[in-house]
Every structure is written in C-alpha cells, then in structure tokens.
Design a protein around this ligand. Structure first.
Ligand code: SAM
Length: 337
C-alpha cells in the first residue's frame, strides 16, 4: 500500500479485533482527568495513531500538520513552505545531523532532507507510523539521508550532544511534561546549536471561565490525543526552564491571509483539490466507512474513528474561528555554547 485508499483504512495498523478495544481505551483516558492522560500518555497517543494514521494519509497527505496560507497559495505549497521555514531558520545544510521530534510518517522529514541536504533522524513512538515512514522513504529513494527510530521522545536512547539541530512540528503537544521533554532535547543537542518548532497553544483570547471555550479545548484534546493544551507564555517558560535561550517566538496564525486561515482546509468550504479534508469530504468518507463496516469490508470501529476525527476537526475550526487556539506557535531557541 503506497497511498491508502478508502478500503485500506485501519487494515494494517491494528488487527480487526483490536480496533474496538483501542477506541474504548482511548475514550476512557478522555473520560478521566489531565492526570489520567499524562499517566497513560504512551497508550493514549499510540491508540490514537494506530486508529487514525491511515485516515490522515487518506485525507491529508504525508505531512500531518497545518500551515498559515498566503493569498493565492495552494494548500500543498503552504505545507511545504511551513516546513522549509524551519529548515531555513535552523540553517540546515549537507553534513548536519538533525533530529525530527515526533516525525509522523516522515512527510516533513523527507521534504526537509531533500531541501537542505542534511541527514535527518526521525523519532516516533508509534510502530505503525515508523513502518509507513520507512516504506515512503524507500519509495522516495531517500534512505541514505533519512532514518527513523522508535522511541519515546521523553527519554531518547541517544548520547548527550549528538545533534547539530532539532525541530518538532506539531508533536510536542502530545508530551505529558514539556519541561521534561525540552530538557531531554537540550541534552541530546551539541552546545551552541538550535531547536525550532510549532506548538499547539491556547492564545490570550482563551477564557477559562467561558463554557464554550472550555468545550472547544476539550474537543481538541479528545479529537487529537492531547493530555492538555498550554498557553504560549507557558511554553516559553518551559523552554527557558530547560536551559534554552530564546531567539524568536510568535504565533504564525495571524500571518495567514484572512481568506485562507489555517483551518480552512477542514472547514466547510467546498474544494475539489482538497475535497477529502473538507467538511463535505469528511462526511462522505464517514458514510463510505459506515457502509463498508456494515458489509464487513472494513473493521468494526472504523465509523467511530471517522466520527471522532470529524468531531476533533469541528473543535479545531471553532478554536481557529474564535481565535482562542493556534497550532502554529513558532519558537526558535539556542542551547548556550
Ligand atoms: C501530529 S503528528 C505530527 C507528525 C509530523 N511532525 C508531521 O508534521 O507530519 C504527532 C507525532 O508525534 C508522535 N509522538 C507523540 N508522542 C510521542 C512520544 N512520546 N514519543 C515519540 N513520538 C511521539 C506521534 O506518534 C506522531 O507521529
């Protein structure tokens, strides 16, 4: 399977009889508290990605992140620009040894390796995604430049001072403890090197007293396997607390053209090019999976996964429309020399 089709969803990532169990376990973590999700983060995040990875690839592509979008810019171009921006900020070039933290199926990793010529290792704790990443890399003829290893980014099996640069794209949002994660990344970097990334954050428009805001936050956590969502100043504090010096940070969401906000691809607007990730496209996918599940052509639970993703997408769109949430808090820090 190079690109999953509608009949391939969750066929390889889990045995059919395990789908319902993963769904129930995932739901139980979200029925609990932030502490429940932090304690069980490995199971929660792996249940989630075992269930949704094929849906992501089917509906979104190989890069599992959002991007700000300029006037007239195509979706794919915005995704690539958002990736190359990090490569440019970090000054990636041939000969550098780079870490991609939470690399998904390696879409950004391959694009950045090709763009910069740097050698990039992706860490990911999801075995199915690592398998997919390796298949895509082989297919792309990039095995010399790109590699992957399965590990928890909270405790990397890597010697201190290994990397010349580190980046993380919409992955550190899954960490149970950001201070601990950033301290671990600081450890594996060479002195004087740089770390940059995009973090999912609440903005200063978030009002914890608003029931609507709290419901949006919970919807994003449930739809996207997050233990919690932090504010931007809290992320900056965790970075500096881990020993980094701030070089730059800002929310990139306002840099989108007002006509093409980051959440447009998952909002209601009709688009032929990106039909599968629009509201109508997701509805159609949901109906198709429902029919296949009924006809026993897809595993029991596929419809529930699609429904969960649609609810998460709705919460993300509401988070974007209200301006209380951003998936693109950009930070760039340096480990002191
Ligand atoms: C939203 S995806 C982003 C993937 C990739 N950065 C991209 O943009 O395509 C988040 C990724 O972080 C990984 N991840 C989450 N928690 C992790 C952990 N504790 N250790 C390693 N990887 C983790 C997930 O498995 C997933 O691949």
């Amino acid at each position: 399977m190079h690109q999953p089709g509608i009949t391939d969803l969750i066929q390889d990532s889990l045995p059919p009889q395990a789908v319902k169990g993963a769904l129930d376990e995932y739901a139980s973590f979200h029925a609990g508290t932030v502490e429940t999700r932090k304690t069980n983060y490995t199971r929660m995040v792996n249940d989630y990605y075992d269930l949704v990875t094929d849906f992501y690839e089917f509906g979104w592509g190989q890069s599992f992140h959002f991007a700000p979008r300029h006037r007239g810019e195509k979706f794919d171009a915005s995704i690539a620009r958002h990736e190359f921006f990090l490569a440019s900020v970090l000054g990636l070039r041939p000969g550098m040894n780079v870490l991609d933290v939470g690399c998904g199926v390696g879409g950004p990793l391959r694009a950045i390796a090709r763009f910069s010529g740097a050698h990039i290792a992706g860490v990911n704790n999801n075995a199915y995604q690592i398998k997919r990443a390796k298949e895509h890399t082989e297919h792309a003829g990039l095995t010399g430049l790109c590699e992957y290893f399965k590990a928890d980014f909270m405790q990397l099996p890597v010697a201190a001072g290994t990397y010349d640069a580190v980046y993380a794209i919409e992955a550190t949002c899954h960490a149970p403890d950001k201070l601990k994660l950033f301290t671990e990344l600081h450890r594996v970097m060479k002195p004087g090197t740089h770390f940059a990334g995009y973090e999912w954050c609440l903005t200063d428009r978030y009002d914890p007293k608003s029931a609507d805001h709290r419901a949006i936050k919970k919807g994003i956590e449930e739809g996207d396997a997050l233990p919690d969502i932090w504010t931007m100043p809290d992320v900056v504090d965790a970075l500096t607390g881990a020993g980094f010096e701030m070089v730059d940070s800002r929310d990139l969401a306002p840099e989108s053209d007002p006509e093409t906000p980051w959440y447009l691809p998952i909002a209601g607007k009709w688009s032929i090019a990106g039909f599968r990730h629009t509201e109508a496209g997701r509805w159609l996918t949901n109906q198709a999976v429902r029919v296949m599940e009924f006809a026993r052509l897809s595993p029991k639970g596929g419809t529930a996964v699609s429904t969960m993703l649609n609810a998460g997408a709705t919460a993300l769109v509401r988070g974007g429309q209200t301006g209380i949430f951003t998936p693109m808090f950009f930070f760039h820090v340096r480990k002191p020399a």
